[in-house]
Design a protein around this ligand. Structure first.
Ligand SMILES: NC(=O)c1ccc[n+]([C@@H]2O[C@H](COP(=O)([O-])OP(=O)(O)OC[C@H]3O[C@@H](n4cnc5c(N)ncnc54)[C@H](O)[C@@H]3O)[C@@H](O)[C@H]2O)c1
Length: 260
């Protein structure tokens, strides 16, 4: 486990009530940072987790709001940045599959207008909105941004074609922002493969698939968090990069039994 000294640093993490976002909050806060946790208003897990971490003496607070809503982003970002007197790190992690089970790419009925709008709004425009709302503060501190993309944005095969397209879009956005916001602000992304989390979409992943991965298991939220915090705080010559954390999924090993 890498350790960081982040005393005096201020972070905002979206989609922070569980999974990768929550693990990132924990690592940032245990490293000394003050952290604002954003998640959907009404998500009980947000209050529960903030209470638990506060009880442990960590410097965290809740910043509820919907990244899919412009006014909501303005409100929660303003509240968080006012309370912290600025911002050093933004983690655009909130995301949704919009479905409880995977949808085939050619299932146009389920991937209708409303589905597309929801996924684009949360997964792609959400990070753009949060970046726009925090950019003055990040420029002032010489801060950095990490976006949570997905291997689906690189090779597809996620919960739906629309989901894969939003994550591919987020990878493009990462590179666009990296190019235009440097040298003051660095912008990177992680691309998780299979994650052990409360993710709304349940995949039936047979043991044989996990077994065929070089690392033979799902990734734990803490493993993604470590990479996010590294990119935020330590990777000072890294920008516009997409760090794949997939246990070797993209080596193609998982598909070998299909062709052998
Ligand atoms: N779980 C996976 O297999 C997987 C794989 C690759 C990438 N990802 C990405 O990782 C990120 C985190 O997912 P996770 O696996 O930790 O799942 P998770 O469900 O534990 O966390 C996602 C969080 O985002 C929040 N959220 C959703 N919509 C929001 C909105 N509009 N505004 C604010 N918060 C919102 C949810 O309430 C939830 O707490 C997502 O961006 C997801 O696309 C997940």
């Amino acid at each position: 486990m890498i350790s960081f000294d982040l005393k005096g640093k201020r972070a905002l993490v979206t989609g922070a009530a569980s999974g990768i976002g929550l693990a990132t909050v924990e690592l940032l806060a245990r490293s000394g940072a003050t952290v604002a946790l954003n998640d959907l208003p009404g998500n009980d897990k947000l209050r529960t987790q903030v209470q638990r971490l506060t009880d442990e003496g960590l410097d965290v607070f809740e910043a509820p709001g919907n990244v899919a809503d412009h006014a909501s982003v303005q409100t929660f970002v303003h509240a968080a940045l006012t309370r912290m007197s600025g911002l050093d790190y933004l983690v655009n992690n909130a995301g949704t599959p919009g479905t409880a089970t995977p949808i085939a790419p050619d299932n146009f009925e389920q991937q209708n207008e409303a589905f597309w709008q929801k996924l684009l709004n949360v997964n792609l425009q959400g990070p753009a909105r949060c970046t726009a709302a925090t950019i003055d503060a990040l420029r002032a501190s010489g801060g950095s941004i990490v976006n949570t993309a997905s291997t689906a944005g690189l090779i597809g095969n996620g919960s739906s074609a629309a989901y894969a397209a939003t994550k591919a879009g987020l990878i493009a956005l990462t590179k666009e922002y990296a190019r235009s916001l440097g040298p003051g602000v660095r912008v990177n992304a992680i691309a998780p493969g299979i994650v052990e989390s409360d993710w709304e979409c349940r995949f039936d992943i047979p043991d044989s698939t996990l077994d065929s991965l070089p690392l033979k298991r799902k990734g734990q939220p803490e493993e993604f968090a470590e990479a996010i915090v590294f990119l935020l705080a330590a990777g000072r010559y890294i920008t516009g990069h997409v760090l794949v954390l997939d246990g070797g999924l993209m080596t193609g090993a998982a598909h070998r039994s299909d062709v052998d």
